[in-house]
Design a protein around this ligand. Structure first.
Ligand code: HEM
Length: 419
């Protein structure tokens, strides 16, 4: 199912003896999942600097909001397709970044064609139409939370909500939800062996091919049926493309929601005045979501992806030059904490003036397809939690929460709460 790597040789970013002193990236999280202080230091001293990746390759790191906006938005001179031989690698064995068939990693015409098909299913109108269904799902899941023995692990809710919505959209039986989550974990893991990853990849591909065959025989009216019957120009999606679309959606739609919901709750429960403010005034919720995503994007210090320059690019801010063939990272958390764009960035402020072109959902051609759905899911989930559990609080001191290791992006495996 993998597309062959294209052949243009690239990369000036392999490790060389001079790289030995370079800092290792991704940086460890700061305490309580705050951004690493390394981002602020580099913003002040070396806003475009070189770091060493876990593979031993090196890449550039952009830490200013302006630079990150420019790089993510410049699809003409940066590519997300890192499949060329010699392209820098963040981790070996990371399916999500190494798979050139998922939308996020595609470039050019192929990307535009598949994106057009996918985007038609994710309009603001469709996201709004899903509100009653999403609310119904939230109510059922929170009934279970309410009945559960305390402390309750809210990560179960944070994962089950997007997984079960995605199951509904893709015609996947609910009971296969946990299997779906296992496959997603494999895509995001860099700690699994190549054999385990291969098994997961094949298991998923076979599952989707069988699913598509079932839906073709008995079509319904959910997303998967639209993707199956989608025509672009005059051709259907190939079977491989359909599998890749489904793969893109389960990766894009699950961890992001679970990660952002849990980080939002953590911020609100440890800065109680903001939880109380939302309790008093639900109309603040949409602004709160944007602010909390800025403050603590899903994935933390590892959020944001690498791009490669296809020609020399001078950064307009004066931060430096990205040379052709060089990889450059654009961490969303670094963008969101740049005081030039967000004064006093560590403060959470629901009345923060809007900064044009924020990048929490990306920029340019890869801008998040699921943005409208994500906002609706987060708004309804947060509002329902405020309504049903006004006295929600962490069940353990925040320092005792354990953060994930061995996965792309830092997440909370468990969020124990009481009320
Ligand atoms: C709070 C939740 C979410 C956040 C913060 C988020 C963030 C992002 C960002 C930053 C990108 C661009 C990455 C880049 O260009 O480097 C992106 C792309 C994408 N997102 Fe989301 N996302 C969220 C939820 C979702 C959901 C719910 C879905 C699907 C149902 C989704 C599907 C996608 C897809 C398919 C892409 C790739 C688009 C392309 O390459 O053309 N996302 N997202």
């Amino acid at each position: 199912m993998r597309r062959a790597a294209h052949d243009e040789p690239v990369s000036t970013t392999r490790q060389s003896p001079a790289d030995e002193e370079l800092a290792d990236f991704p940086f460890p999280e700061g305490p309580r999942a705050t951004p690493s202080p390394e981002f602020a230091r580099r913003r002040a001293e070396c806003p475009l600097s070189r770091v060493r990746l876990p593979t031993g390759d090196t890449a550039l790191l952009a830490v200013r909001h302006r630079d990150i906006q420019q790089i993510m938005g410049d699809d003409a001179r940066f590519t997300r397709d890192l499949s060329a031989p010699g392209s820098p690698r963040l981790f070996h064995n990371l399916l999500m970044l190494d798979d050139p068939t998922i939308l996020l990693n595609m470039h050019g015409e192929d990307h535009l064609r598949l994106r057009r098909i996918m985007a038609s299913a994710f309009t603001p109108r469709r996201a709004d139409a899903l509100r009653p269904k999403i609310q119904e799902k939230i109510d059922l899941l929170l009934d279970e939370v309410e009945r559960g023995e305390r402390p309750v692990d809210l990560m179960q809710f944070a994962y089950r909500l997007p997984t079960s919505l995605m199951c509904g959209m893709l015609g996947i039986p609910e009971e296969d939800g946990p299997q779906l989550k296992e496959w997603v974990s494999a895509w995001l893991s860099f700690a699994m062996s190549p054999e385990e990853l291969d098994r997961a990849a094949r298991g998923f591909d076979d599952y989707v091919v069988a699913l598509a065959a079932r839906r073709r025989a008995e079509p319904g009216d959910v997303l998967i049926d639209h993707l199956i019957s989608a025509r672009d120009v005059d051709d259907r999606l190939s079977e491989d493309e359909l599998v890749s679309m489904v793969r893109t959606l389960v990766i894009g739609g699950n961890e992001t929601i679970a990660g952002s919901l849990s980080r939002m709750l953590l911020t609100l429960l440890t800065r109680r005045e903001h939880w109380e403010a939302l309790r008093r005034d639900r109309s603040l919720v949409p602004a709160a979501i944007e602010e909390l995503l800025r403050h603590s994007p899903p994935g933390g210090g590892g959020s944001g992806l690498m791009r490669m320059a296809t020609e020399d690019v001078v950064l307009e801010s004066g931060s430096g030059v990205v040379r052709k063939g060089e990889g450059v990272f654009t961490p969303l958390v670094a963008a969101g904490h740049d005081p030039e764009a967000f004064p006093e960035p560590d403060l959470v402020r629901f009345d923060r003036p809007r900064t044009p072109g924020t990048v929490q959902f990306g920029a340019g051609r890869h801008y998040c397809v699921g943005v409208h759905l994500a906002r609706v899911e987060l708004e309804l989930a947060l509002t329902s939690l405020l309504d049903r559990f006004p006295d929600l609080r962490l069940a353990v001191p925040v320092e005792e929460l354990v953060w994930s290791e061995g996965t792309y992006g830092v997440t909370l495996p468990a969020l124990p709460v009481v009320w």
